[in-house]
Ligand binder design. Sequence first.
Ligand SMILES: Nc1ncnc2c1ncn2[C@@H]1O[C@H](COP(=O)(O)OP(=O)(O)O)[C@@H](O)[C@H]1O
Ligand SMILES: [Mg+2]
Length: 325
Amino acid sequence: MMTETVLEVKNLTKSYSLKAGGFSFSKERVHALSDVSFSIGKGKTLGLVGESGCGKTTTGRSLLRIIEPDRGKVFFNGSDTNFLSLPEKEMITERLKMQYIFQDPWQSLNPKQMVGRIITEAPLQHGLIKRENALEVSKKYLDIVGLPSEAARKYPHEFSGGQRQRINIARAIVMKPDFIVCDEPVSSLDVSIQSQILNLLLDIQQEFGTSYLFIAHNLSVVFYLSDEVAVMYAGKIVEKAPSRKLYEDPRHPYTKLLMAVAPKIDGKPVSLQPGQDGEVPSLTKLPKGCSFAERCPIASEECRRSIPPLKTVEFEHKVACFKAL
Ligand SMILES: Nc1ncnc2c1ncn2[C@@H]1O[C@H](COP(=O)(O)OP(=O)(O)O)[C@@H](O)[C@H]1O
Ligand SMILES: [Mg+2]
């Protein structure tokens, strides 16, 4: 049986205007996302991986219209109306079933609110629960994320980074979302607790059938919990395949580079240094051909001349590379 599609994204494109400094504004734009397309099935996880600045957060935020993309289509929960073209009121209603978990566990926690209130604020505001049940609801969700019920009456500063990320997760799942963008949810945490949070996300998915877009710059983390993985470079998806296939048979030279430097889940993080393995291209002046050509060990003239399209090379395996077929 085919898996039901929860999210279908077509040609998502976003550029930012570049402040030139002082009072002047440059006409140059940062092309953060160019024609990004993918879909995510019910209860499935698509991992989105790439170096810092490649457009992962812009992808996640555009999907939920936290920032408005320039172009593209997003179909949510089988709807045939483009979510990106919905008027604000309808957009907000549809978005109740989409949630976002940020990298920094502080970012969405109001330090002046008690945790119970943080968790139940949105469902109360949208009339999904009754005020007299709020404490009980917050305790139920604290329990699901592995925190004691007394946490409801405490403030965010009384918790560790990992516990705060659990609070953020409770705050997201209390809305019973069908889809959650997890934007590097463990990147700022101690490696010793990263796998606990990843396992919690997996348990939640098992229990509630939630779909995830799981963003990370570390391939090991992405392989650990994704059904499918998309590799992003300079605002484009350059390779996409089921996790296992990508792990066993990476085709794009950039994916191979990422795999060569990926730390183990509990290992020491290794980052790609600009200059060490070549420079990430400027997103204001994208090259005429393949964005990766400058760093690529197998690039030819053709690669510098024209942009390789994302092509199916094998069942469920797509690569944007002229040479790696
Ligand atoms: N508000 C903004 N204004 C201008 N440029 C931005 C803005 N947000 C992100 N960018 C740029 O867009 C590109 C993609 O950023 P981002 O989506 O945050 O990447 P990632 O999450 O992969 O690190 C980067 O070059 C970044 O500097
Ligand atoms: Mg980011």
